[in-house]
Design a protein around this ligand. Structure first.
Ligand SMILES: Nc1ncnc2c1ncn2[C@@H]1O[C@H](COP(=O)(O)OP(=O)(O)OP(=O)(O)O)[C@@H](O)[C@H]1O
Length: 227
C-alpha cells in the first residue's frame, strides 16, 4: 500500500479579490521507504503540496491518504494526532527554540506527548549522536552553525520515530557543501531505518541523491524517475 496518495488535489488561496490556483489537480503516490525530491521554481506549489501531505493544511478539492487513512475526513484533533505521531517536519529556517539547548529542543516533542524527562533525555541523546552532534548537546541554537542547527532539527524530526519525514527546502539557508552533507545524512537515515523522506528543493544539484523526482511547475506535476 502507498504511504502517501493524493487524488486530484487542488488548492486555491484567496488573495484579496483574486484567487491563486496553487495546485491544479495533483496525483502522486509515494511508497514506504522512498526518498523523494519535489523540485520546482519559486511559487510552483512545493510548500503547498508538502503542507497538504503533512496535514498542516487542507485541499480545496481532492483526497489525501496517509497510510490508507483519508486526511480530509479527520477532525482538527485527529489531524494534530496524525501530525504528532506519524510525521516529522524539517524547515528551511530550522525552527529551533532559541532559549533551549540542542538536547532540550530534541526532547521537547517527546515531553509534549507525555514521555518522562529521563526517557526523553536518553532518546534525544541517541538521536543527536546519530546526527553527529554528541559534543554539542548543551549548545543553544545561536552557538551552532547552520548545518549543525539543521542536524538538530533532523534529530528532532526523528524523535517520535515517524513513518514520514517532510523537509521543506531543508538546505535553502545552507552553503552547497553543507547542503550536500545534510541531504547525505537524510539519505543515510532513510536507508538505515527505511523512514520515508519527501524533501523540496530548487537546487538541481541535490537531485542526484534521490530515488525519484516529482517535478512541479505552476501547480501541476510531471514525474521523472532518477536513474
Ligand atoms: N497563504 C497564501 N495566500 C495566498 N497565496 C499563497 C499563499 N501561500 C502560497 N501562495 C501562493 O501559491 C503559489 C504556490 O506557493 P508555494 O509557497 O506553495 O510555492 P513554492 O514552490 O513552495 O515556492 P518557494 O520555493 O518560493 O517557497 C504561489 O503563487 C504563492 O504566492
Amino acid at each position: 500500500m502507498a504511504l502517501v496518495k493524493t487524488i486530484g488535489i487542488r488548492k486555491d488561496y484567496r488573495l484579496g479579490e483574486a484567487t491563486v490556483h496553487a495546485l491544479r489537480g495533483v496525483n502522486i503516490q509515494i511508497d514506504p521507504g522512498e526518498f523523494v525530491a519535489v523540485w520546482g521554481p519559486s511559487g510552483s506549489g512545493k510548500t503547498t503540496l508538502l503542507n497538504l501531505i503533512g496535514a498542516i493544511d487542507e485541499p480545496t478539492e481532492g483526497e489525501i491518504f496517509l497510510n490508507g487513512r483519508k486526511l480530509n475526513a479527520l477532525s482538527d484533533n485527529e489531524r494534530t494526532e496524525v501530525r504528532n505521531r506519524s510525521i516529522g517536519f524539517i524547515f528551511q529556517n530550522f525552527n529551533l527554540i532559541p532559549v533551549l539547548s540542542a538536547l532540550e529542543n530534541v526532547m521537547l516533542p517527546l515531553q509534549i506527548s507525555g514521555e518522562s524527562y529521563s526517557r526523553a533525555k536518553k532518546t534525544a541523546g541517541s538521536r543527536l549522536e546519530e546526527v553527529g552532534l554528541s559534543r554539542f548537546i548543551h549548545h543553544r541554537p545561536d552557538n551552532l552553525s547552520g548545518g549543525q542547527s539543521q542536524r538538530v532539527a533532523i534529530a528532532r524530526a526523528l524523535i517520535g520515530t515517524p513513518v514520514l519525514v517532510i523537509a521543506d527546502e531543508p538546505t535553502a539557508n545552507l552553503d552547497s557543501e553543507t547542503s550536500d552533507k545534510i541531504i547525505t545524512l537524510m539519505r543515510e537515515i532513510n536507508q538505515k531505518g527505511k523512514t520515508t523522506f519527501i524533501f523540496s528543493t530548487h537546487d538541481r544539484r541535490l537531485l542526484e541523491h534521490c530515488d525519484r523526482l516529482i517535478e512541479i511547475s505552476d501547480g501541476r506535476i510531471s514525474e521523472k524517475e532518477q536513474s
